[in-house]
Design a protein around this ligand. Sequence first.
Ligand code: ZN
Ligand code: ZN
Length: 92
Amino acid sequence: MSTIPNARPVSAPRLGTLVRCPECHSTELEVVLDGCNVNFYCASCIRCWHIELNRVVRIDPATCYGCAHVNECSARFASDHRAEIESSPVGA
Ligand SMILES: [Zn+2]
Ligand SMILES: [Zn+2]
């Protein structure tokens, strides 16, 4: 059995590329360049994402340089963060 590097399932995310929003599963992602990083803005749920060590992480809008949607991002992030605090036990 030989392994062909380029033969991958279509649905598998490629390293460094986000094809689908992990939150709302939209594929309408906008690439945001902040100088040295590549981020992905989801226009559907107004969240910014970054791929870090092959994991998708949510960006704090305060560090989302180059994002043209920082105001929307910040509002969304703040409301999400508040919801997490309210619904999570202390220390969780
Ligand atoms: Zn989304
Ligand atoms: Zn952003």
